[in-house]
Ligand binder design. Sequence first.
Ligand code: AHR
Length: 534
Amino acid sequence: MKSPPISRRVALKRISKTVAGGALAGVLTPQARSADKASEMTVTVLLNEAIGIIKSTIYSHFTEHIGGVIYDGVWVGPNSKVPNIDGIRRALVEHVRRLGPVVVRWPGGCFADKYHWRDGLGPSDKRPRRFGRWQEVTESNQFGTHEFIHFCRLCGVEPYFGANVGTGSAEEFQQWMEYCNAPAGSTTLADERAANGSSKPFGVRYWGVGNESWGCGGKFTPEDYCREYRKFTEWVPQYRVPLYLIAAGPDGNNLDWTRRFFKKWTDFARAPLQGWAPHYYCGTTGHALKFSDDQWYEMLDKANRMEQLITDQWAALGEFDREHKVKLVIDEWGCWHPAGTEINPRHLFEQMGCLRDALAAALTLDTFNRHADKVDMANIAQLVNNLHSLFLADGDRFVATPTFHVFEMYKPHQGARGVRLAIEAPQVGFIAQGKDRKLFRLAGSASVKGKNLTLTLVHTHAIEPAEISIQLRDGKASEGVQQTVLTHEKLNAHNTFENPNQVMPKTTTLKSRGSSIKCVLPPASITRMDLRLV
Ligand code: AHR
C-alpha cells in the first residue's frame, strides 16, 4: 500500500481545523491518512420523492454446505465445547439476531443442485454420508431441514430453500414443500415431519428452483432450464403459504440468458414466478488484504456495476412482463478474493474481509435501497467462513468482520420508505489496466420511517476527507443529528480473533439543525446520519 502523503501528526492537526469544533472527535482519532483541504459537496434529500418501501429482505444472507460455512460456522454439534444451542453456534445466533427480520438462503449454491433433502432427516447417526457434493469432501448430513429451520427460528429470520434441479426431480421438490408446509396431520409427509419433531408446519415461503443453471446447476440453455422450471413449479400446492418462487437468473448482467428464458416463459403460458435471481460477484483487485490505492478504487468500481445490472435486467424483464410482476432477487453477491487469507485451510473460499469489503457492501446496499421498487431480496455470499462474510469462526473463536458492522449500521433502512437523493460531488480518478478511469466520490441512499430520516453515505476517496452539506428538500431536522462512521487509518484494516474491534462504528452528535446540515466525512468511510424530522 502507498504510504501516507503527509505525516500523521500534520494530518491530525489539519483535520482538527477542518472539523469545526471537533465534531468528529472519536471518529478521526489519530488515524487520518490526509487532511488536504476538503472540497465542498452537496447531498440533497428529496423527502417528497418516494422510491418504495425498502424490504428487510434486501439485507439477506446465504449459507451453503461448502468449506466451513455450515460445519464450523453454523453447526458445531450438540456435544461440542463451543457454546451452542442444540448444536448451533451460540455466538452466531446472537449476532444474526441483530440483523433484523431478514432471510437466509440454504443449502446452496452449487450444493443445492446435488442435495437430496431426505438425506438430512431422522436420527443423526442413521443419516447417510455422501461424497463430492461441493468438491471432494464428505457431507455428513448432520445439518438438515429441521436443523436449518431451528437456526432460522432462533435467529428470527425467514428460511429460503434452494431446490435441486440438477440431479433432483419435480416430484422430489414438491414432496419437500409438502414435508415443510402441509398442515399437521394432513398427509403422510406431514406425519413424518411430526415424528421428526415438528407437527407445526415450517411455512417456508421462498423457494429457489435451481441455482446457476447455466453453470454448476446443470449447464442448461435458457430454454431447457425454462422447460425444467415449468415442470417444477406449475400446479404446486400452496398449503395456505403465499409461495414466492425464484428462477435462476444470469451470470452477472448476461441479458441473453434473461431474454431467452423469458421468451420461452411467455411462449404459450407462464408458470408461476415471483423472483428472478442474477448472481453478481464483483471479484477482486490485488488480494484480500494487499492492494494499491488504484486497486482500492477499481474494486469499488466493480462493486458499483450492480447499479447497471439492476437497471439493465429490469428493462429486459419489462420486455416480457410489462407490469413488472417479477422482481429481482440478487441471491448471491459480494467480493471474491484469491485464496491466502483463510483462517482454517479446510474453509474453502474463506477470506479476510477488510475496510474495502465493508465499502463494497455498503455501496451495494445503497444501490439496492435506491432500487427498492425493483429488488425484492438480496443475499450476500456468504454468512460465515466464506466469501465476503459477516463472521469468521474457528473452533471456539468467533469474530464479526467490518461487513457485519455495515449491515447493522444500515438496519434502520429496513421497512422504511426509500426517498431520492441528488448528490453533487466530483469523481475520483484512478488507473486500471493502464487506462484512466473514474469512480463516484460520494454515493448513498436515504429513507424515512415516521419522523426518522436515515441517510447512508459511502465516501470512496482514499486520502482526503469531504466537507459536505446535507440539504433537506421539504423538511427540517431537529437538533441532535447523529453521525455514525465506520473507517480506519488503514484501507486494509480488519478484525481478527486477537483484535476483534479494529474496525468499529463510532457515533457522535452534531449541534446542527434545520434544512441545511454540515458535516465532514473521513476518507474511505461509511457514514450513517440519523435525523429527526420536525
Ligand atoms: O458462493 C460460492 C459459489 O459461488 C456457489 O456455490 C455458487 O452458486 C457460486 O458460483
